[in-house]
Design a protein around this ligand. Structure first.
Ligand SMILES: CCCCCCCCCC/C=C\CCCC(=O)SCCNC(=O)CCNC(=O)[C@H](O)C(C)(C)COP(=O)(O)OP(=O)(O)OC[C@H]1O[C@@H](n2cnc3c(N)ncnc32)[C@H](O)[C@@H]1OP(=O)(O)O
Ligand SMILES: Cc1cc2nc3c(=O)[nH]c(=O)nc-3n(C[C@H](O)[C@H](O)[C@H](O)COP(=O)(O)OP(=O)(O)OC[C@H]3O[C@@H](n4cnc5c(N)ncnc54)[C@H](O)[C@@H]3O)c2cc1C
Length: 669
């Protein structure tokens, strides 16, 4: 302890020695089980030890080279999966640790789930085995040039022709071109295409269809199909490994049985039949993927935090007054107050992601039993958590870059690429603002039902306590009182409910519900965020109620949970004050307590990021190396840049030498 406080520990071994908890047990708490630790570790090492999966020069590749490298890695990964007879769990992890966005993400992540979720049993029997063996490669073609968020506004048509028992898929306008689907540009042979179903002269809205795009013999586009890549994207390397594509149909015919018919069918005669299920199940694949994106947020955030914490323990700036050793930047209170809430958020997102996976599985089981009652909540939770966790994670990765100073801006820090790959998560699978407005709509509905005496359930159950929560005053008197979970939960519940009720009251004053919703939408966003943050805080507390084993593990998690909650309270102090949930004095006490908690995390910080159990290969950061040997690695990495292949740069003879040797002088000189 003294060594840390005194700034004498200057290597990570010393940092690890100061930890007050069992890191191996924390690995289990983080991964979910001992089995999960073992399989994660095995797959991460398998990838790290295979030269084909190297990624240290990835940011120096041209787009074409990068794409080819992605194809190579995907094919090699598949070869290893088959050779080693990996289970589905192992295969998913192997792909995760390969860590290069590519067509396989959409094939496994959306194409297969769309067929499983929206295809009949017969359709699944036909298509899923082909997809599982990679005899076909699929993508998810929903978004168009003119519409992404507004799914009902899509323009592609699928018109039934009873004469031939086929659908005719067509892109009637430029804006109806499919635009963005990952894997579409160059790799996919098939797509699940979302189009307006027209039969017997009537438009029945958006439905899914399986459409073959490319020949299975030579990969050329099939007749009537125009497709390609939509062009380079944000950042060097990064998401440019993905072939996001454009696709147009010119009266392309597909058999009737390639309409995904689990939810609704078109008969041989062309009659439209809708099953007895909510239409929203059409959006089921998006709900599934949003749930996986929350788990991905904790992965991305923990990676960035791991790099920033380890480097902050190595990096030293400024000395003592007496000219003693310089201070580890991790010892600066400002560094701690910026970094430790992000560390706490990584754990918070991990646990809420775990819970969301459970919720999703539970909802799916209920749907199988034709119980659709929990669907709105599943939609609100996945949409809200996707939105809040991805926005915060994108911001946090950028903050970690700044926390690493100048070196954080180098590609070799791993942070620029991580940011560029991660930031579109705020947009794809539903723009974060659009999704939060869905949560707000759900909240307004719940509030309006309170008057009729309907008891809210699940994550809105707290709203049933409206009499108390609308008028309660926090009893916090000392900084230490903020360590009481009940005190924290109460103010988060009161804030969320009061914000929702304020919005509902203001909407009711508008000429119409629609106008009120539109006018109040900035407030509704904040109300939705407050509700989602309450969910995350609550799920962290619930995690602490579980059986957590290992010396000191629970205590560390308690600290992190309190930091997460009190950091949010501090950041959104305006909400808590304006709704009268706390007084300014109580806000100041929360901040005081936060400072104390940071001091408790400090000696454990490196061990807390070690518990993520990331290999150096997965982190791909010279700053985040496990051994902390940062400077030689930074120095060596610089020499790998293609610019350093020659001492004299290309272009010297044409452009530099003539300039330096020029005889012409400015006349005024
Ligand atoms: C190995 C495993 C790896 C796993 C990882 C795989 C993924 C890897 C990542 C890959 C990278 C990128 C992938 C990106 C893919 C994409 O982006 S695909 C395209 C995604 N597009 C969107 O998300 C579009 C967003 N828009 C919408 O979702 C909807 O259009 C929107 C909800 C905004 C509005 O829909 P409307 O039909 O207009 O609905 P409303 O009128 O507002 O609402 C009608 C009612 O329906 C309810 N609703 C809406 N959505 C859902 C849903 N999903 N589930 C259930 N219910 C839903 C809504 O609440 C309304 O209910 P109410 O009437 O109020 O009761
Ligand atoms: C990297 C990447 C990968 C993708 N992969 C796929 C894929 O595989 N398959 C696929 O089909 N699609 C894919 N997409 C498309 C993606 O799903 C859409 O871009 C996303 O849903 C957002 O829709 P949009 O582009 O139409 O945004 P827009 O809706 O046009 O958003 C523009 C702005 O308008 C605002 N806005 C829109 N509607 C409202 C509203 N009602 N109220 C207030 N503000 C509003 C938004 O907040 C945003 O600020 C991908 C996108 C990206 C970036």
């Amino acid at each position: 302890m003294a060594a840390v406080d005194g700034g004498e520990v200057d290597h990570l071994a010393g940092e690890r020695a100061t930890a007050h908890f069992d890191v191996d047990a924390m690995k289990v708490a983080w991964a979910g089980s001992r089995h999960a630790v073992e399989v994660n570790d095995r797959m991460a090492r398998l990838v790290a030890s295979d030269p084909v999966f190297r990624k240290d020069t990835r940011t120096m590749l041209s787009r074409k080279e990068l794409f080819k490298d992605t194809l190579k890695k995907a094919a090699h990964a598949w070869k290893r999966i088959v050779e080693l007879r990996l289970t589905e769990e192992e295969a998913n992890l192997l792909r995760l640790y390969v860590d290069q966005p590519g067509y396989v993400d959409l094939h496994w992540g959306m194409f297969v789930p769309a067929i499983k979720g929206q295809g009949t049993e017969e359709q699944q029997k036909k298509w899923v085995p082909m997809a599982y063996k990679f005899q076909i490669i699929g993508c998810y073609a929903q978004t168009e040039l003119g519409h992404g968020s507004n799914v009902q506004g899509l323009e592609t048509t699928a018109t039934f022709d009873p004469n031939t028992d086929e659908f005719v898929v067509h892109s009637p306008t430029l804006t109806s071109s499919k635009w963005w689907p990952g894997g579409l540009g160059k790799a996919s042979t098939h797509a699940v295409v979302y189009a307006r179903l027209i039969t017997q002269g009537k438009d029945y809205g958006i439905h899914g269809f399986i459409v073959q795009l490319r020949s299975l013999d030579d990969h050329s586009p099939l007749p009537g199909i125009t497709l390609g890549d939509i062009g380079g994207k944000f950042g060097s390397g990064a998401y440019n490994s993905m072939d996001n594509g454009v696709l147009r149909f010119d009266h392309v015919r597909i058999p009737r049985d390639q309409m995904l018919m689990r939810l609704s069918q078109v008969t041989r005669e062309g009659k439209y039949v809708h099953s007895d299920v909510p239409k929203q199940l059409l959006y089921g694949t998006m709900v599934y993927v949003r749930q996986t994106i929350v788990a991905d947020a904790s992965k991305a955030l923990s990676r960035a935090v791991c790099i920033a914490v380890r480097y902050s323990a190595i990096r030293k700036q400024f000395g003592s007054q007496a000219g003693g050793p310089e201070t580890q930047v991790l010892n600066y209170k400002t560094q701690q107050s910026r970094l430790f809430p992000l560390l706490a958020s990584a754990y918070a997102y991990r646990f809420v992601g775990e819970w969301l996976k459970w919720l999703y599985t539970d909802v799916m089981q209920k749907l199988e039993a034709k119980d659709y009652s929990t669907l709105p909540e599943a939609h609100a939770c996945t949409a809200g958590l996707k939105s809040v966790t991805t926005s915060a994670t994108a911001d946090a990765i950028e903050e970690c870059r700044k926390l690493c100073g100048g070196h954080g801006y180098l590609n070799s820090s791993g942070l620029p690429e991580l940011f560029a790959v991660y930031v579109p998560a705020c947009t794809y699978e539903g723009d974060n603002v659009v999704l939060l407005l869905q949560v707000a709509r759900f909240l307004m509905k719940t509030v309006s039902q309170l008057a009729s005496g309907k008891q809210p359930v699940g994550t809105t159950a707290y709203m049933g306590n409206i009499q108390y929560l609308m008028q309660c005053k926090s009893a916090v008197n000392t900084a230490g009182d903020w360590l009481n979970p009940a005190a924290i939960k109460e103010v988060f519940e009161a804030r969320a409910l009061r914000m929702a009720v304020n919005c509902a009251q203001n909407i009711s004053k508008a000429p119409s519900q629609e106008e009120g919703f539109s006018e109040l939408s900035p407030d509704l966003l904040e109300s939705a965020v407050a509700h989602v943050q309450l969910i995350i805080v609550t799920k962290f507390f619930e995690k602490l109620q579980q059986d957590i084993i290992g010396h000191g593990v629970k205590e560390q998690l308690q600290n992190l949970c309190n930091i997460y909650a009190l950091f949010l309270l501090h950041k959104h102090l305006g909400d808590f004050l304006s709704t009268g949930c706390i007084t300014p004095k109580q806000g100041a006490l929360a901040n005081e307590q936060l400072g104390r908690l940071y001091a408790q995390v400090r000696p454990n910080a490196v061990a807390l990021v070690d518990a993520f159990d990331y290999t150096d290969h997965y982190l791909s950061s010279v700053l985040g190396r496990y051994d902390g040997d940062v400077y030689p690695a930074l120095y060596a990495e610089a020499w790998k840049d293609p610019l350093n292949e020659t001492v004299i740069p290309d272009g010297y003879q044409e452009h530099l030498r003539p300039l330096l040797k020029q005889q012409l002088k400015f006349s005024r000189l």
